[in-house]
Design a protein around this ligand. Structure first.
Ligand code: UN1
Length: 509
């Protein structure tokens, strides 16, 4: 039983269990403040059991073929598709994303499962030429072992599958610590693994807080840690794991993402892309844009049109199809966004739109306790080292930064942050576009598009403070497998590469 007395449980070693702790926690609908469900709070001892189960299950699981392992994932793929509407609604209710985004989260999840399971039938490793004709050389891959997955609340169904689908198909076993804000979504995902009949111990889920996450990171038996979340936590994990030989962490963190709008921009495309990038998911994607770098020749028109949109975008009930922006995830996050809005005012920027406090009539009935904020837009000096234009807010907090020079000046402003996740250029001039493509310090770059909405078959990840590995799509294979260089001699003579002599010389020679 996944529930006992209405309290949802941990999934460890093929069983639902209360675990060792007494404490429970609950998740909340961020649009209403209503309680959604109550969950057992995992302890270090629960993580210990889950890791032990994952370690014990590794031998048998890794001995299966990729194709056989993928069969379990195909079951999940079908269940995700069949339950699209229902799960999309669960995502919207628990993390507050408007309903098209809730459903897109589920779609992205099955895309990732499809990618990973389909990849089971693709070639694995490489055939590599040798200097010596009688040698066959290969690069082969082996699963690393137990993979610890720590996932965020903003893509509560998709990102767990970014981490787990490839890790499992490649032959690893998994211990998953989902975000404490979205345990109901995690519960549904765990039930899908159970429905698929995944062998005991191959997939384990421990619900809980950062202490459970730390226990996953610190356990010596965990070979790879996949983390997606805040830069603060990710950097802690990367430096902790970096000090442990043989262990690896792939961390995907936030950004302070920019869009360059040049004097050659089509302003319809520019305004549309900027509104999508800044306000979709209420600015709570790691790829959301908080910096719009606009050429002075088009600045006034862009500003007027962007501001008009920011003043009007519909904030409200995520389940209402006419909503563009739902609430923020939680009360502490409202505080953080408000703090940054205040910081911007204190830093002397020129505020253009301030919907931090929504008008009472904007808040739908029954949603008075939701975590509401609206857009906050300001203009600031592009070359000044302000905190508000350089630190990630993770909300609808947007700076317009004017520049007057060429594309190189725009890119210099664009790159002037510690982060480097996503970015975009809006221009009709291919030379400007290509210059941006070649010099923008980001892992995901777009031309004449929003800087959100990456497809799963592309690499996903950042540079600089935004990440050190790619815990998603195809690049995750590098983090969850180790490579063996395997060379076989087809001759009875031993012949060495690099001209190295193979003669054994004796004293008699
Ligand atoms: C995130 O922002 O946390 O590219 C992930 C996108 C989505 C994934 C975003 N496919 O917008």
């Amino acid at each position: 039983m996944s529930r006992d007395d209405d309290v949802y449980r941990q999934y460890i070693d093929g069983e639902w269990t209360d675990g060792t702790g007494e404490e429970t926690f609950h998740s909340e609908n961020p649009a209403t403040g209503e309680r959604i469900g109550e969950f057992r709070r995992g302890t270090e001892a629960d993580v210990d059991r889950a890791v032990a189960a994952a370690e014990a299950a590794f031998e048998e699981w890794s001995a299966l073929s990729h194709v056989d392992r993928a069969e379990y994932l195909w079951d999940i793929y079908h269940e995700l598709k069949q339950r699209h509407e229902e799960l999309g609604e669960i995502v919207s209710k628990e993390c507050g994303k408007e309903i098209s985004e809730g459903k897109a989260d589920v779609t992205e999840a099955w895309h990732m499962v499809e990618w990973a399971a389909g990849d089971a039938r693709h070639p694995k490793g490489d055939v590599v030429p040798s200097e010596i004709p009688s040698k066959d050389a290969y690069m082969r891959r082996r699963p690393r072992g137990v993979v610890g997955c720590i996932t965020p609340w903003n893509f509560p169904v998709a990102i767990p599958f970014w981490h787990m689908a490839v890790a499992l198909v490649e032959g690893n076993t998994v211990v998953w610590k989902p975000a404490e804000q979205t345990p109901w979504c995690a519960q549904v995902v765990a039930e899908m693994f159970e429905d698929a009949g995944i062998p005991d111990g191959v997939f384990n889920m421990v619900q809980g807080y950062g202490d459970a996450g730390s226990a996953v990171v610190e356990d010596d038996r965990v070979d790879t840690v996949l983390f997606t979340g805040s830069a603060e936590v990710g950097q802690g994990i990367a430096s902790k794991v970096g000090g442990e030989p043989g262990k690896l962490a792939a961390c995907e963190m936030g950004g302070k993402n920019g869009i360059v709008i040049t004097e050659e921009a089509d302003l319809d495309v520019a305004v549309h892309s900027a509104v999508m990038s800044s306000f979709k998911t209420t600015g709570q994607r790691c790829v959301s844009s908080e910096r719009l770098i606009v050429h002075e020749e088009v600045y006034d028109e862009f500003k007027q049109r962007f501001v008009a949109n920011a003043e009007r975008v519909a904030v409200g009930d995520p389940l209402d199809e006419d909503t563009f922006m739902g609430p923020l995830i939680e009360a502490e996050h409202v505080e953080k966004v408000s703090r940054y809005n205040q910081l911007a005012r204190d830093e002397g920027v020129n505020v253009l739109v301030d919907r931090e406090e929504l008008e009472p009539e904007e808040i739908p009935e029954g949603h008075e306790d939701g975590h509401w904020v609206g857009p906050f837009v300001y203009e600031a000096d592009a070359h000044e080292n302000l905190r508000c234009t350089h630190e990630e807010v993770f909300g609808p907090h947007v700076a317009l930064l004017k520049y007057g020079g060429d594309i190189d000046e725009a890119v210099e402003i664009h790159n002037d942050t510690d982060y480097g996740l996503a970015g975009a250029i809006i221009s009709e001039d291919y030379r400007q576009i290509n210059r941006y493509r070649d010099t923008a310090e980001v892992g995901l770059a777009y031309g004449n598009l929003p800087c959100i909405g990456a497809e799963v078959q592309l690499p996903f990840g950042g540079v600089k403070k935004s990440g050190n590995g790619y815990p998603s799509a195809r690049e995750v294979i590098e983090a969850v497998t180790e490579r063996t260089a395997w060379t076989l001699n087809n001759s009875t003579e031993i012949e060495m590469a690099q001209g190295l002599s193979a003669d054994i010389k004796t004293r008699e020679d």
